[in-house]
Design a protein around this ligand. Sequence first.
Ligand code: EPZ
Length: 423
Amino acid sequence: MDRIAITGGAPLRGTIPIYGAKNSALKLQAAALLSADPLILENMPDLADTRFMAQLLASLGVEITWIKETRTLRMHAAEISSTIAPYDQVRKMRASFNVLGPLLARVGHATVSLPGGCAIGARPVDLHLKAFEAMGADIVIEQGYVKAAALRGLKGAEIEFPFVSVGATEHAMLAATLAHGETVLKNVAREPEIIDLADCLNAMGARIEGAGTGEIHIRGVTSLKGATHSVVADRIEAGTFALAAAAAGGNVLLQGARFDHLQALIKVLRGAGVEVDAEARGLRVKRNGGRIQPVSFETEPFPGFPTDLQAQAMALLCLAEGQSRIRETIFENRFMHAPELARLGAQIAVHGNEAVVTGVEALKGAPVMATDLRASVSLVIAGLAAEGETVVNRVYHLDRGFEKLEPKLAACGAQIQRLKVEQ
Ligand code: EPZ
């Protein structure tokens, strides 16, 4: 398993290109199943997760062509040859579960493994299944598999989610595009990835209105056509580099990052004493000397502070002049980075879903262990700001969601390298 070695203390200076969003790309990939014509995704992030999704789609009969030079993925589901997503595929990556809705909508049945829990929480899929039932699907859970059938097609329904779920909103949207009649989804997620999915589906001929608001209306159509769509910029990747520049100091331009997608983070960064400005080409983040100031926040659905940036923000606040409080309201077990940050000298007390971070003047490099994707990158951020060497173990987590992390940071002056470990 590879490791990443960082010698901290070098400020970051330069331009970092922001790639397409993993969490949008994965659902856009699932959308390819809805049409017999090709779906072409541009600005595609080349990640372990998006490659894995492509493999799963290939096993269902989708013809896949990656054009690396242009960061383009072409998917052509002329015919669906299998409607089964086995345990091994869904267990390795939860987003695989998103093939269920499109298969159900296009073919009328699907058998997909239940994803099970993961390191950050139990993460059930009850809201997804209730939405499909409301659309007329028969759902049976047997031996860890969801068997879903709607042999005469799905029908439009009014569905009010009891709380906001990104995955359930996207999954219901995907399925409703081909349902008979109108579907109204209430209390839905408003993340930029939802708008991106709606834009792509509409380009394929779907009739979706209201994405980005709390209520989405979808008028079902009989078939969808092919389209070419560019994946929205990854706000989590951009936010991560913003926090890295804040922690290490320096001046970076996050090329392609969207101010309107990062407002909650920008408020926290400015509160911490970091300069953030929108420029024509992206976001500029600057910090030249001066201690980070403490800031308290809680994670919330968009437009609130994203849970996927909580670990990275905690790494920054470990260096604040005073005490910050962080409340995690989305996932029940998303503070696993706290004991690892403590290995670098951070002072963090976790009480249930709240972490109290008492800033220290300096962190000191140490070997640490990555536990999940965002936690891993929080350790990289802390390592960039720490004195001496930090070695992050188990970086395969990072490869799931960050493309070219080390080269992008190294190009801005970070002393960071991957230590290849032969299996
Ligand atoms: C998406 O997960 C993202 N993953 C997550 O990013 C992100 O943290 C999360 O949204 C919140 O923004 C992908 O897009 C692939 P939810 P998702 O449904 O859709 C509970 C990363 O690091 N819930 O909005 O699974 C759930 O357990 C990942 O890239 C139910 O109880 O998140 C959680 O507590 C991690 N029943 C809350 O809702 C359901 O049926 C919100 O989850 C569905 C969800």
